[in-house]
Design a binder for this molecule. Structure first.
Ligand code: TMP
Length: 209
């Protein structure tokens, strides 16, 4: 596999979804063959699963159902979108990936991490990102941004604030465990400053600077 796999992670309201299109456009202008996609979703089946996961009416969803639905969507995107693009030598930028399961279902819902890692291996076939960017934002600020209209308020946003604090702390733990793969960006900065920092990091990793 000769492509390059970049994932974006962060607490809700960190702004990654608005940063990715500008970044992809910038890279394309530099001649990079970029594919952007997102989780959950990114395929026809995955988008159907996403609707079930996010629906505020599904408040009765067991945490184990949630874990498995995210993996169902993930299998489809890995096999139908990400692997083929990497095989074709493309740079794939994915808005969330397996680390979201570790942060949200692992740290957030306090599920056994060893089991989750095995499940992730089953879902991804062991496909790991080459680079993961954590857009780190204060939990309350992130949720404020979401409420102010950063996309539709969903079932995950609606979890109690302590859940979101565990997610953010979980991300920090994941960065500490694998510092070579992760780069943490301060998402409390202006949108423009974040974009510049992201461009710099990625150009360097792609040896284009
Ligand atoms: P987003 O598209 O706004 O980032 O929303 C996706 C939500 O789903 C967000 O709250 C994070 C959550 N999520 C998980 O809990 N586990 C996962 O594996 C993934 C991909 C997302």
């Amino acid at each position: 596999m000769s492509g390059f796999f970049i994932t974006f992670e962060g607490p809700d309201g960190c702004g990654k979804t608005s940063q990715i299109p500008a970044l992809a456009e910038f890279l394309r202008a530099r001649g990079v063959n970029v594919l952007t996609t997102r989780e959950p979703g990114g395929t026809e089946i995955g988008d159907q699963v996403r609707r079930v996961i996010m629906d505020l009416r599904n408040k009765g969803m067991d945490a184990r159902t949630e874990i498995l639905l995210f993996q169902a969507s993930r299998v489809q995107i890995v096999e139908q979108v990400i692997r083929p693009a990497l095989h074709a030598g493309r740079v794939v930028i994915c808005d969330r990936y397996a680390d979201s399961t570790l942060a949200y279902q692992g740290y957030g819902h306090q599920t056994d991490m060893t089991f989750l890692r095995q499940l992730l291996h089953f879902a991804t076939g062991g496909l790991q990102p080459d680079l993961t960017l954590l857009l780190d934002v204060d939990v309350e600020e992130g949720l404020r941004r979401r409420q102010k209209g950063g996309g539709e308020w969903n079932r995950l946003d609606d979890y109690e604030v302590e859940f979101h604090h565990r997610v953010r702390a979980g991300y920090h733990q994941l960065v500490a465990e694998e510092p070579d793969r992760w780069v943490m960006v301060d998402a409390m900065q202006s949108r423009e400053a974040i974009q510049l920092e992201l461009r710099e990091i990625i150009l360097k990793r792609l040896s284009l600077d």
